[in-house]
Ligand binder design. Structure first.
Ligand code: FES
Ligand code: FES
Length: 187
């Protein structure tokens, strides 16, 4: 499906109306072909064109982390990443993290009642998931370093730390899938 967008919904990003192109994105394993300025920030494409509004706009200048999504599993600031540069890569947003909000990080966030206003939290969660992928048993210092680009105006940092430790413990205790299926002989 090809979608165009409404220029009035972009208060900061200034469009050059002449340059439009079809950009193919794969978001949460779903293909999307959108008709946009290729320089449009990925955040705008995700929220205003594709309609996934879980990812938030905070500063627009890669300073707050509210817009964090994964590109091939690594966290990026989607407000400062051109949509065209994300073509051909696997984009994951908060909506694609799990089917029933049951990723260990999401469960730990609920257990520790992390959010206050909630605005920064999808970005926090995406950064936390990326951290545990890189470092399954982070120390407080590792957490502070990895999460320092995600700003929370409500000051939920202490609960974020606890939730990351909880998720880390749950992931460590989860049964591992066998690397290969044992061969079954002929009956
Ligand atoms: S909105 Fe992207 S970092 Fe703030
Ligand atoms: S929970 Fe309010 S900004 Fe983080």
């Amino acid at each position: 499906m090809v979608r165009s967008y409404n220029i009035k919904t972009f208060p900061i990003y200034t469009l050059s109306l002449q340059v439009m192109a079809l950009v193919k994105l794969t978001i949460n394993n779903q293909p999307h072909t959108i008709d946009v300025d290729p320089e449009m920030p990925l955040l705008w494409a995700i929220r205003d064109v594709v309609g996934l509004t879980g990812t938030k706009f905070g500063c627009g200048i890669a300073q707050c982390g509210a817009c964090t999504v994964h590109l091939d599993g690594a966290p990026i600031r989607s407000c400062s990443y051109p949509a065209s540069a994300a073509a051909g890569h696997k984009i994951t947003t908060i909506e694609g993290l799990s089917k029933n909000a049951d990723h260990p990080i999401q469960k730990a966030w609920i257990e520790h009642q992390v959010p206050q206003c909630g605005y920064c939290q999808s970005g926090q969660i995406m950064s936390a998931v990326a951290l545990l992928k890189q470092n399954p048993k982070p120390s407080d210092e590792d957490i502070d370093t990895a999460m320092q680009g995600n700003i929370c105006r409500c000051g939920t940092y202490e609960r974020i730390r606890k939730a990351i430790h909880s998720a880390s413990a749950e992931m460590a205790s989860a049964p591992k899938m066998p690397k290969s299926t044992p061969k079954i002989g002929k009956l």
